[in-house]
Design a protein around this ligand. Structure first.
Ligand code: MN
Length: 286
């Protein structure tokens, strides 16, 4: 049931981030919007990759077998078909509005390969850090078809898909107790608006997929991430759109623990990274 929450002081935009065009996997073209220094600012989130192309040469190669340790990967596919297989024996196909949530924990080797040879492939991969005490947890995997993602519609026609966390009283597909991640896909019609409660201490950002979204009065164009300020008296987020627009809203409670990343491994110390590399080399990672 929707329980719309009144927002008295909406989060303002701290700054806009454009992201960096790069490629990963076996040559998938993507835009890395969150990485490096932003890992501290947007703790507990470690990475946001945005991919979107109708040219198969940009995505066909996919992401063949590769390892991960120490965090979770959340893949949200707006359009396209992608198959996942991993060393823990999990396999799944996500497509058109589906989500794949994988907890790498102590170690997983997986592949993420397109199951299409033409057409549009568009979506996101978000990396959510694990607290130190859970980094070596057992791997976990689940995929959610589009129909399994809870949704609600606000007065005015804005539709929100709740991938993780709780928004306006609607619980999402996944909840996590320590970082309490919120991951929403918000579809605003022309003239539509959206608001949701959000704890002041949680780090948060909005990424505009298409259209133009006003965030607490500041205009954010498509393909930009708006980092939201952490004001102690801010109690939520408010979006509005003058044209048909779409944005994701991501937020979570910071872990405030050391972050040491080496490619697909994210741990708390260099020693743990050295161990991960050794475990992978010796076939003990997964
Ligand atoms: Mn991966």
């Amino acid at each position: 049931m929707i329980v719309p929450v009144e927002v008295h002081r909406a989060r303002a935009v701290e700054r806009l981030v454009e992201g960096i065009a790069t490629s990963d996997g076996a040559g998938v073209k993507l835009t890395r919007v969150l990485s490096g220094a932003l890992q501290r600012r947007l703790d507990p989130f470690l990475m946001l990759d945005v991919f979107g192309s109708d040219d198969p040469q940009d995505y066909l190669a996919g992401f063949p077998d590769h390892p991960h340790r120490g965090f979770e990967t959340v893949t949200y596919l707006l359009t396209g078909r992608m198959r996942h297989r991993d060393s823990a024996g999990h396999e799944g196909l996500i497509e058109n509005g589906g989500v794949q949530w994988m907890t790498a924990g102590r170690g997983v080797i997986h592949s993420e390969l397109p199951e299409q040879e033409h057409g549009v492939m568009e979506g996101f991969q978000l990396w959510l850090n694990l607290p130190a005490r859970n980094k070596m947890t057992a791997p976990w995997y689940r995929d959610f078809g589009s129909a399994e993602i809870p949704e609600y519609v606000l007065d005015g026609g804005t539709r929100a898909r709740v991938i993780a966390g709780t928004s306006n009283g609607v619980a999402g597909a996944v909840t996590r107790s320590i970082t309490e991640p919120l991951f929403l896909d918000v579809l605003l019609p022309a003239g539509g608006s959206f608001s949701s409660d959000l704890p002041a201490a949680h780090n948060a950002f909005v990424y505009v997929v298409r259209g133009t979204v006003s965030v607490a009065g500041m205009t954010v164009p498509a393909r930009r991430m708006a980092i939201l300020e952490n004001a102690p008296d801010a109690d939520g987020v408010a979006l509005a759109a003058a044209e048909d627009s779409r944005a994701i809203l991501v937020a979570g409670r910071p872990l405030a623990e050391p972050i040491v990343q080496h490619g697909p491994f994210v741990m708390n110390t260099q020693e743990e990274i050295r161990q991960a590399l050794e475990d992978y080399r010796d076939g003990r990672l997964a």
